[in-house]
Design a protein around this ligand. Structure first.
Ligand SMILES: [Zn+2]
Length: 157
């Protein structure tokens, strides 16, 4: 997805500042360092294109895995117009006990216009731990329980 359309490999490429297209869509421009070919894609598409890449957690909780899947939701709640894209990732680690982890994080367009990953220190847990967190918090806090019930209701379960 991120490969240069001309080289058709995965050459090193430059990512350029995100811009808003005439149609009102955020676009991620790029150019190929090898052949100079320039192209662009919607930011959401670029964020999805990371699926399949390696994921590294830095020490102290050092781990290596792969980004197996990801969902992107455009967030429109910033007061200063900074665009955010919330992402929920499925990450697979070499851990036979608990291979599948879910990470909740986000991308934003930073002050220099660059698309920046904001999830380096965000919460990531095995799916079984997520379940425990959600149940525990819902039992502690009515406002969280209300949210979960509302979600379940909307999903028609
Ligand atoms: Zn190229």
């Amino acid at each position: 997805m991120c490969a240069c359309a001309k080289c058709e490999k995965k050459p090193p490429h430059n990512r350029l500042p995100v811009r808003l297209s005439a149609e009102g869509e955020y676009i991620q421009p790029m150019d190929c360092k090898k052949c100079g070919y320039a192209w662009e894609m919607p930011v959401v598409e670029w964020i999805y294109s990371r699926v399949g890449q390696d994921v590294k957690f830095k020490p102290p909780a050092q781990r290596k895995g792969k980004l197996k899947d990801r969902a992107v939701v455009k967030s429109d709640n910033s007061s200063d117009g900074t665009p955010y894209w919330d992402v929920v990732d499925l990450i697979q680690f070499d851990d036979p006990e608990r291979p599948d982890w879910i990470r909740m994080s986000y991308y934003l367009r930073d002050r220099n216009g660059m698309l920046t990953f904001g999830g380096q220190t965000s919460i990531a847990e095995p799916i079984a731990v997520w379940r425990k967190v959600l149940v525990d918090v819902a039992r502690q806090k009515q406002w969280f329980c209300n949210l979960l019930k509302d979600v379940v209701h909307e999903l028609g379960e």
